[in-house]
Design a protein around this ligand. Structure first.
Ligand code: ADP
Ligand code: MG
Length: 518
């Protein structure tokens, strides 16, 4: 079996890393044509201009060059999209459609994603910076599979019949049941790290449940969502069922969250913005689900194989250039093997081949934006100032594009910013531990609780640790593994609610109790 990290990184091959960063190959004519299309919003089944005619520039992170412009949706556009989603929810073909009809549409969409997989992967790579290879093995098949899996849920939503003991009316009998209904119009705000996959995580369950949606992609990475919008129309979803508004978070996103015509907000992004959204949504008592930041610990017990731990740690933190909410960004290694693991991980970091996403052989792309590159470099600088040592990386690359070298920080202290805060880049902080109580305390000493991993072949040790770790997902001998059937979400400041699996249906449905005097 090839280890997962071996598919993404050739960690031992340091000859590769000596190569300079290549230039970004020219995208295919289909992708160039798509990027040149008129900036438009998807409202009520049609591509329409934003009322203001304002646009937002979109960049290729590998070059820093503008590659497209998208529409900047203003308050009037938000009103139009909410009205379309409301009308589509209340009347017309969507509420009339059978669950099997919704299932068929979702399957059709997944087939269209599969048919256009190569183009979607290329578009995702050019806009986000990730490699085309990774987009084609993770993001695009993930989007397809989420629509497929959730298609099945459309026909499996069920309620219950319950027995009551209602007193006060002698001899009265009741027939009482609980029905599940779609929650209504849903605003879905997604981030830039997995733009297409995040759109699928949001749209697929909401549509399966019978909701109507307004999707707002991140301003940095709107292109694949717009392409998905074209496929949604091609699949034949009725007008207004899916609306796509490109725009900034503070304006378009905030307007959606405050809008009285929206019943629920589903958000994936930073904890900072999640708190703002949760507060704002209270005024209109919206249902809110939040998938937020993380600072996920990776715990390597003394019996772990050093090579496995090295590959696993590299994968946990450098996958998607570290721009992953569950990135294994705090590495805790038992003292017995700490030095060997750090030596291996630093060598691995130095061997990862950085480059533009469309270049064959690139293993890690640039970060998504200039802003993100600066943010990550500032964190590295703060670590340095607070006394951390750099075992690998620690700097940008003197080349256009938003590159940051895979970075390993050691000699860190629990109170340092680099240990406490989410960096969202290819930067891991490594610490040693000697006993299990100590590492449990350290792992849980964080406002976050999204993911964690334990590396050991000691079954009892793993099972004893799992219940003590405060995180929504605990992996053993792997990290960042997700499945549409596996609930996902955070403890503590990492969020509210669980997406995927049966659990996500709770987010997109309301319970209705029906009590009939018979
Ligand atoms: P980052 O800071 O890394 O860009 P954010 O949490 O700001 O992460 O962004 C995630 C998503 O949230 C994006 O689609 C962004 O436009 C949106 N967003 C940002 N601020 C707000 C806000 N105040 N209200 C609603 N959405 C927002
Ligand atoms: Mg932001």
């Amino acid at each position: 079996m090839e280890a997962y990290h071996e598919v993404l990184f050739s960690l031992g091959d340091s000859i590769m890393s000596a190569q300079p960063i290549a230039s970004q190959p020219v995208p295919s004519s289909a992708i160039r044509a798509f990027m040149a299309r008129k900036p438009r919003l998807l409202i009520n089944g049609e591509w329409v201009d934003a009322r203001s005619d304002k646009t937002i520039a979109v960049f290729d992170p590998a070059t820093g060059q503008e590659i497209a412009r998208v529409a900047d949706a203003g308050p009037e556009d938000v009103n139009r999209a909410v009205a379309a989603a409301r009308a589509a929810f209340e009347s017309g073909p969507w509420p009339e459609m059978s669950p099997a009809g919704r299932e068929a549409l979702l399957w059709k969409l997944s087939d269209l994603i599969e048919r256009h997989a190569a183009d979607l992967a290329e578009l995702e790579s050019v806009n986000n910076g990730k490699t085309r290879f990774m987009a084609s093995i993770i993001d695009v098949p993930g989007a397809r599979d989420w629509f497929r899996y959730m298609a099945g849920w459309a026909t499996k939503i069920e309620g219950s019949t319950i027995q009551t003991s209602i007193g006060g009316v002698p001899g009265a009998k009741f027939h009482t049941y609980v029905a599940r209904e779609p929650v209504g119009v849903v605003a879905q705000i997604v981030p830039w790290n997995f733009p297409l996959a995040m759109a699928a995580w949001k749209l697929a369950p909401a549509l399966a449940a019978g909701c109507t949606c307004i999707l707002k992609p991140a301003e940095q990475t709107p292109l694949s969502a717009l392409r998905l919008g074209e496929l949604i129309l091609e699949a034949g979803f009725p007008p207004g069922v899916v609306n796509i508004l490109t725009g900034f978070g503070e304006t378009t996103g905030a307007a959606l969250v405050a809008h009285p015509g929206v019943d629920k907000v589903a958000f994936t992004g930073s904890t900072e913005v999640g708190k703002i959204i949760n507060k704002s949504a209270t005024d209109t008592m919206k249902r809110v689900s939040l998938e937020l930041g993380g600072k996920s610990p990776m715990i390597v017990l003394p019996d772990a194989d050093v090579g496995t731990a090295v590959g696993g740690a590299a994968m946990a933190i450098f996958f998607n250039s570290g721009q992953v909410c569950t990135a294994g960004s705090r590495l805790y290694v038992h003292s017995k093997i700490f030095d060997s693991v750090i030596e291996g991980l630093s060598g691995a970091a130095n061997a990862i081949r950085l480059g533009p996403g469309l270049e064959q052989g690139t293993e890690m792309g640039p970060l998504v934006s200039k802003e993100q590159q600066e943010r990550v470099l500032n964190y590295i600088e703060s670590g340095r100032k607070e006394g951390a040592s750099i075992a690998a990386g620690g700097e940008a690359v003197a080349h256009p594009g938003y590159y940051v070298k895979p970075t390993v920080l050691v000699s860190v202290k629990p109170q340092m910013k680099v240990v406490r805060e989410e960096i969202f880049g290819p930067v891991v902080v490594a610490q040693r531990f000697d006993d299990l109580d100590e590492v449990v305390r350290a792992a849980n000493d964080s406002p976050y609780g999204l993911g964690a991993s334990i590396w050991t072949n000691n079954l009892s040790a793993a099972h004893r640790l799992i219940p003590r770790i405060k995180a929504g997902t605990v992996w053993v001998n792997c990290h960042n593994m997700l499945d549409p059937n596996m609930p996902f979400g955070g403890f503590k400041s990492s969020g509210i609610g669980r997406e995927h699996g049966r659990a996500v249906m709770d987010l997109y449905t309301e319970l209705k109790s029906v009590c009939i005097l018979i």
